[in-house]
Design a protein around this ligand. Sequence first.
Ligand code: ADP
Length: 235
Amino acid sequence: MIKIENLNKAYKKNQVLKDINLELEKNKIIAILGPNGSGKTTLIKSILGLVIPQKGNIIFNGQSVIGEWEYRNKISYLPQIASFPENLKVSELIALVKDIRQQDVEDEHLIQYFKLDEELNKPLRNLSGGTRQKVNMVLAFMLDSPVIILDEPTVGLDPVAISRFKSLLKEEKAKGKLIIFTTHIMSLVQEIADEIIFLLEGDIYFQGSVEELISQNGSSKLESAITNLIEKSHA
Ligand code: ADP
């Protein structure tokens, strides 16, 4: 569904993505993992066309997307730091996104699901971090996009909201979607990811299932298997 070929991105002398090649298939939940600064957000933003690579290609459903924009209507994106227009009310923000996307939207069920009914008339600047993240969730899941990209989706969420988020992901995957997310929470990866892509200093060090990563890196726990993987790479 998404193919990435020889992708290179540098910010001045800082080579952030080094010749990345990937194939991301639908009907999967894919976790992009790696330490801070390893290039996860840059990779995601390249797929979204928010970062322009110096070299390489990104192919979405068979067509190159470099310089294109229509394909973005097929992607829902939850950014790591949502900079909302602070004076808007939650209901106004949802209406604004609906207006921009002009697609069928299923927001009412999600608003109730994340218990946001009481927040709809509040301006965004008055919301707590966790509530903002729930609004972010509604915006990401209300459009019926074949691809959903989530950058650290669980930050600030309470346990009930995390559990609801996990159920939602499984439902969306069952519809045949491709879901890509980043996180530092290994239990979440272990529970829901079909595939892991592990980035380190702009290179892919591992691509495969949780079980493969564990069996190749000599530990029964994902966290220690990843630590072993990083140590091997520095050896
Ligand atoms: P991660 O998401 O894995 O934490 P990022 O993709 O955000 O990593 O960042 C990778 C590297 O790129 C870091 O060294 C970061 O400082 C640098 N970087 C990211 N965005 C920019 C930017 N807009 N301008 C300059 N450097 C950037």
